[in-house]
Design a protein around this ligand. Structure first.
Ligand SMILES: N[C@@H](CCC(=O)N[C@@H](CS)C(=O)NCC(=O)O)C(=O)O
Length: 216
């Protein structure tokens, strides 16, 4: 298998974590990235994904994009350990929980990144947009805290795709100044549990290593 990523992509991270959890061998092609995004996109990526985004997974003649679709594919070809629970209702809830993590990433966290990480000069930032993003992210932390008070993981008691989908936006938001608060004790304990998984620790090392080397 071959996976196109970039080292700061939360969606690519979700797929890398899934591959590592399942012990699947893959070649990672990490695209060069700066604060404003991917610097150059190979023709193979653009041909496989009309959206021009990472992650893209190639498995023989199967070419897939969108992290949710890719993780679900991996869960079908390599069912152990499962990243989605068994049973229609539990699976649907887990998919929704995963989508909520992606939605947070693509909405409020993307806005926060656009106004902070992408604008190193604070004078150029839109304070209102930052405030609105921070409020939406804090509300999402409150909802997740309630959920994690009732279960070990985001969608039940086992680690799965929903955990990978939530861990990255929270990490990105915290790096951009909107971390969980003291009242989010279950969330904080869950972050530690998830961070200690080898799959997640490896992805965090890739992310922090790339941040340390960023030149623009
Ligand atoms: N819904 C997609 C979102 C993928 C996405 O937004 N990828 C970003 C990187 S995080 C990307 O490749 N953006 C294109 C660019 O930076 O030019 C997924 O889950 O895979």
């Amino acid at each position: 298998m071959k996976l196109y990523t970039h080292p700061l992509s939360p969606y690519a991270a979700k797929v890398r974590i899934a591959l590592d959890e399942k012990g699947l061998a893959f070649e990672e092609i990490a695209l060069p990235v700066g604060r404003q995004g991917i610097r150059s996109k190979p023709a193979e990526l653009l041909a496989a994904n009309p959206r021009g985004q990472v992650p893209v997974l190639f498995d023989g003649d199967v070419a897939l994009y969108d992290s949710t679709v890719v993780v679900e594919y991996l869960d079908e070809i390599a069912p152990e350990p499962p990243l989605l629970p068994r049973g229609a209702a539990a699976r649907a809830r887990a998919r929704l929980a995963e989508d909520d993590g992606d939605w947070l990433m693509g909405g409020a966290v993307a806005d926060l990144i656009a106004e902070t990480f992408r604008k190193p000069d604070p004078a150029t930032r839109d304070a209102q947009r930052i405030e609105a993003a921070a409020a939406a992210i804090s509300a999402a932390y409150d909802r997740l805290e309630e959920r994690l008070a009732k279960s070990e993981h985001v969608a039940g008691d086992a680690f799965g795709a929903a955990d990978a989908a939530w861990f990255l936006p929270i990490t990105c938001a915290a790096l951009c100044g909107v971390a969980p608060a003291e009242r989010h004790a279950h969330l904080a304990a869950w972050m530690q549990r998830v961070a200690s998984r080898p799959s997640v620790a490896r992805t965090m090392a890739i992310l922090t290593g790339a941040l340390a080397k960023l030149t623009d």
